[in-house]
Write a protein that binds this ligand. Sequence first.
Ligand code: GLU
Length: 484
Amino acid sequence: MTDISSSTPVRTRFAPSPTGFLHVGGVRTALFAWLLARQSGGKFVLRLEDTDQKREVEGSAAHLMTSLRALGMEYDEGPDVDGPYGPYRQSDRLEIYRQWAQKLIDSGRAYADPYTADEIQAFRESAKAEKKAFLYRHHRPENPPAWDGTTPLRFKSDPKEYSWHDEVMGDLHTGPEVIDDFILIKSDGFPTYNFAHIVDDAEMHITHIIRGQEFISSQPNYLNLYDALDLTHPIFATMPHIMAESGNKKLGKRDGAKDVLDYLKDGYTPEALVNFIASMGWNDGTEQEIFSREELIEKFSLDRVQRSGARFDEQRLLWLNGQWIRRLSLDDLFDRVANFWPESAVAATPEYKKEILGLVQDRLKTLADLPLLCSYFFTTPTPDWTMVDENKQLKKQGRDELVALLQQTITALEDSEFTPEAIQATLNQLLETTGQKPGILFSMIRLAVSWAPFSPALNDTLATIGKQSVIKRLQQAIETANPA
Ligand code: GLU
């Protein structure tokens, strides 16, 4: 048996089971398969592995397809994209598995499993009592009945040693003791994953299998089945687990393994998510952290995927997202934040909104930060002097002093033109006349007009809010400074 030759056009697949949402681990497997196909001008196939009907979750197939597209990982063939090797949903391929099963029956490599669950349990227990590993093949029936589809169909394995190469895990070796007779077709007529994926990968001419670590222990059994079917096996690349942020455990739902569509709803960009997910366990050997999709396509290689578990670091995702938001053109960003404006912006013109977006763009870590950063541009905020009390620079100042500063600010701004440049000049002048540090004067003015934790450059902020409203807000601040 030889590996695929390098001249074969690359065909990779993502083969999720529709049992839930798509989380970062699944996306990473899909992404690496997609990158490999794109960088070689090959094909990326989506195959739905829905043979475990008990575990199927309604709506999740559609959800998976939406998620892949939302991240820009278009597939070339799939349940809703015609291709030469369909259907791409395993439940529509039962006849194909039956035909392949028949080949194994005909060659004496599959048999009807005659045992009840209780009988198998008894075998297990006696193996345990004898302190031996339980293997089905130790209990092969001597004269199995012809398979009529009402019992499981089992593979008759041929135990032997295997040495194989995994593009990520390296050269691997196992002995015959790990090879066993596994179920090919269950008594409900559906194939097992173990059988179906091998048939499908062969029929769909898949050249690379990229999948999670949970399958690696079954690999020798798969190799045994490839042999029995006289198939050349694809190239294997096993992805290490993604580890939770803290501790030494696999990332689970509780540690942030959430639906990627939820990340998008929470204001993360597909660019940042793809960048983040690609860098979990892969790097290009340099210090580069920001990778566009195009760069990933160009630079990705399986041999730079790390063997050890990659750590999930949500702070890093947040940072990357901020970086990606900055890189977007204002028009593009404007389109993307359509659903994130605060309610108070409903009556604002697109021009005004765009102006504000331009001011806060650099500060957005997620698109959902928008209301916090910009509400005060659309509505007069309610003064909250506790923010002054909590401000490092301002809390040391007396209220009366601060009120006096605000008073002087009003006087100065009343006479000022209201362009950003003129305001800047007025503010600089004010620094001189008050003899205050910018950290105090400007922080106070900023809070008094925004009552928000951050604002863009003060002169731009004031110019955008407009003179009348700025003066009104400063007055309101003064009025609420010393509660009776
Ligand atoms: N259906 C398997 C899963 O969802 C796919 C594994 C594979 O890629 O072969 O984990």
